[in-house]
Design a protein around this ligand. Structure first.
Ligand SMILES: NC(=O)c1ccc[n+]([C@@H]2O[C@H](COP(=O)([O-])OP(=O)(O)OC[C@H]3O[C@@H](n4cnc5c(N)ncnc54)[C@H](OP(=O)(O)O)[C@@H]3O)[C@@H](O)[C@H]2O)c1
Length: 295
């Protein structure tokens, strides 16, 4: 079968492409950097160099694909997050229709069931609704991973400096975490043999509170005094702004973490609980995180 993947050789798209290629499929990978073309070709895939903001380019890259994998990239500048998400979904839907693609797998997120009260994660609700509205009759799979393990890299500077993870989240509530390596096989399955109609599924690997995470990272980094410390929403906002996050995104991010802390954020996740993937936070801590810590 023929697939087109957005997300370049990123955390999910690289292992996803490798799995599809190993199974004998024809894979086109979209990157916005021509520097990536040689590596994509070496993998055995076809590079398509252009921007996911360009519907005409996307329609060409999607041509003759049996299915496409669509993701959004990190917030750029200080634009209205939700309007940017809506525009990206419209661009994707325009290209899918122009190319005549019949099967779409969209990388969404936990929280996509919620309204603006959930802050930044509401972008996924906007995108899921727009794709559903614009693509009637097309098989749509919404993958809803929980928090990526690699989000913890944002605490690396404070771990190095203060042996501390600062968060406005609860220290004791269990959060759900996921390894990109555990998302790839589920995305591959959804591309090759999707459920009919419109479906969504949560993807998760581990469930640990911030206190648990601090203990796991303390062992992996040989830092017995590493701890998680709860700070106020305002202090967390100032930390994010100081690290260079766009202001609109930073405010929506704080709204998200405060909602997760103060409400039953995981109610829908629990109601449709996925089988946890095999990669655990301890695996990530002892490999990727410990290496980054010592670098
Ligand atoms: N962080 C979380 O906890 C979380 C939770 C749920 C869902 N998610 C979703 O997961 C996504 C990240 O997935 P990932 O980790 O697999 O991605 P990733 O590793 O961040 O890779 C994305 C790649 O897309 C390419 N790209 C960026 N802008 C582009 C553009 N305008 N046009 C074409 N390609 C572009 C870049 O590669 P090139 O330089 O080669 O173009 C980039 O490396 C997030 O954006 C979010 O939507 C995240």
């Amino acid at each position: 079968m023929k697939f087109t993947l957005t997300g370049s050789l990123g955390h999910i798209s690289r292992p996803l492409a490798q799995q599809l290629l190993a199974a004998g499929h024809d894979v086109t990978i979209i990157s916005h950097s021509s520097d990536r073309a040689a590596e994509i070709t070496a993998l055995g895939a076809t590079p398509a160099i252009g921007s996911i903001a360009d519907a005409h380019f996307l329609a060409q890259a999607f041509a003759r694909a049996d299915a496409v994998y669509l993701m959004i990239t990190a917030a750029q500048g200080d634009a209205d997050l939700f309007e940017a998400g809506r525009q990206q979904a419209i661009t994707y839907a325009t290209a899918v229709k122009a190319a005549g693609v019949k099967r779409v797998v969209n990388l969404s997120s936990v929280g996509a069931n919620l309204g603006p009260e959930v802050g930044a994660l509401h972008i996924y609700n906007v995108i899921e609704h727009q794709l559903t509205h614009d693509l009637p009759g097309i098989s749509l799979t919404f993958l809803r991973p929980t928090a990526m393990f690699y989000n913890l890299f944002s605490s690396l500077p404070s771990i190095k400096r203060d042996h501390t993870i600062y968060t406005n989240s609860s220290l004791t509530k269990k959060n759900s975490w996921v390894a990109p390596a555990d998302i790839a096989p589920i995305a591959a399955q959804a591309l090759v043999a999707p459920q009919p109609g419109i479906t969504s599924q949560y993807i998760a690997s581990d469930e640990q509170s911030y206190s648990d995470v601090a203990t796991i990272l303390a062992t992996a980094c040989h830092l017995p005094d590493l701890k998680a410390v709860q700070i106020s929403d305002e202090a967390m906002l100032q930390n994010l702004l100081a690290s260079g996050a766009p202001a609109t995104f930073a405010r929506q991010y704080i709204k998200m973490t405060a909602f997760e802390r103060d409400h039953d954020f995981y109610a829908d996740y629990r109601a449709h609980h996925p089988l946890l993937g095999p990669t655990k936070l301890t695996d990530f801590a002892t490999t990727d995180f410990a290496q980054a810590y010592t670098r």
